[in-house]
Design a protein around this ligand. Structure first.
Ligand SMILES: [Zn+2]
Ligand SMILES: [Zn+2]
Length: 355
């Protein structure tokens, strides 16, 4: 079968024939119908994230935002049948550890990220296996377009879990979103649906326009102002600062701008993982965080048991992940799209839907 295969840091991914996967006892094999192309693919391709144990090796198949149809079911799998339409979170869990049993599979002790390590080959391929399928795979509602829900594997789900579960969001809260890539735009759309007043911040006007289309009440081009946190605060009453601020990019500047946009008692939500530049470390105004009682929250993917919340909101038209999808491409185009993500000029989420 055809797949997009990694052969080394910054070497173009190759479209090659690779061996067909077969289902081990606890696995399902999914025929890929759509898979989002994420900035995380670009990070891994650049060789970032060795400091958190992500080191793609020669022969790895990328792709971690899939939707598709079950074509083979392992002997011990109970919840799935051939023909079921499914998605999976990128952070595949074991279903048995302390966190999994407490409904936090996204931070499983034995988490294996899909499409980043060879033991879980990814979905830029005609078919891919899902480990511990009963625990990880999620049946899609009827009549959804796989392209629309591709980002439920990573960006849309990460933004949803972060805003709906990691921070305490209240109606009318001011929420700032720093960085309007796929996850940032998802965060704008979700925060608006959860009743917040939303400020979108980026340096590219097309992304600000897209954020407005998705419900941002205010937008700010960070290149137009000297002091981004101050400019963000000016949108709030008496410039008190925002209640929740999201770093949806993961560079020192957006992380610090986000923390500094907060008012007293504010909550910072870190969604973006950092780049080689930061190597996982960003300096922060700790004393101000203490005196203002601000929170710094991390958020990583979404536990499988929370997906029904998204589906119920989709069913009633309150959120629509398809609105973030801006482009569909073929498998052959995936390597170029990943390479171009370093330019930060992709607006919304590109999805591969031709395998
Ligand atoms: Zn991703
Ligand atoms: Zn676990």
């Amino acid at each position: 079968m055809k797949a997009a295969v990694f052969h080394g840091v910054e070497e173009p991914l190759q479209i090659e024939d690779v061996e067909e996967p077969t289902a081990e006892e606890d696995q399902i094999i999914v025929e890929t119908e759509a898979c989002g192309i994420c900035r995380s693919d670009w990070h891994a391709w650049k060789g970032d994230w060795s400091w958190i144990g992500v080191m793609p090796t020669d022969g790895l198949v990328f792709g971690h935002e899939p939707a598709g149809t079950v074509v083979e079911v392992g002997d011990n799998v109970e919840r799935f049948r051939e023909g079921d339409q499914v998605t999976v979170p990128f952070n595949l869990s074991d279903g048995t550890c302390h966190h999994c049993r407490n409904g936090r599979g996204n931070i499983c002790e034995q988490v294996v990220p899909l499409g980043f390590l060879k033991m879980a080959p990814g979905a830029f391929a005609e078919r891919f296996p899902v480990r511990k399928a009963d625990h990880n795979a999620i049946k899609l509602p009827e009549n959804v377009d796989p392209v629309d829900v591709a980002a439920l594997g990573c960006r849309f789900a990460t933004a949803f879990h972060g805003l709906a579960h990691r921070v305490d969001i209240n109606p009318g809260d001011w929420v700032a979103v720093h960085g309007l890539g796929g996850v940032g735009l998802s965060a704008v759309h979700i925060a608006e649906a959860l009743g917040a007043n939303v400020i979108g911040i980026d340096i590219i006007d097309e992304k600000l326009d897209k954020a407005e289309e998705l419900g941002a009440d205010e937008t700010l081009n960070a290149n137009d102002v000297k002091d981004v946190p101050q400019a963000v605060k000016q949108f709030t009453e008496s410039s008190r600062g925002v209640d929740i601020s999201v770093d949806a990019l993961g560079v020192a500047e957006t992380c610090q701008n986000s923390v500094n946009s907060l008012g007293k008692g504010g909550q910072h939500l870190q969604i973006g993982l950092t780049t080689s530049e930061e190597g996982g470390n960003v300096s922060l105004p700790v004393d101000n965080i203490v005196m203002d009682e601000r929170d710094f929250k991390g958020s990583f993917g979404m536990p499988p048991n929370q997906y029904q919340e998204i589906f119920r909101m989709m069913d009633r038209g309150k959120i629509d992940p398809g609105k973030i999808v801006t482009e569909t491409v073929s498998l052959e185009e995936v390597p170029d799209v990943i390479e171009s993500m370093g330019d930060y000029d992709t607006v919304g989420i590109p999805v591969c839907n031709e395998f």
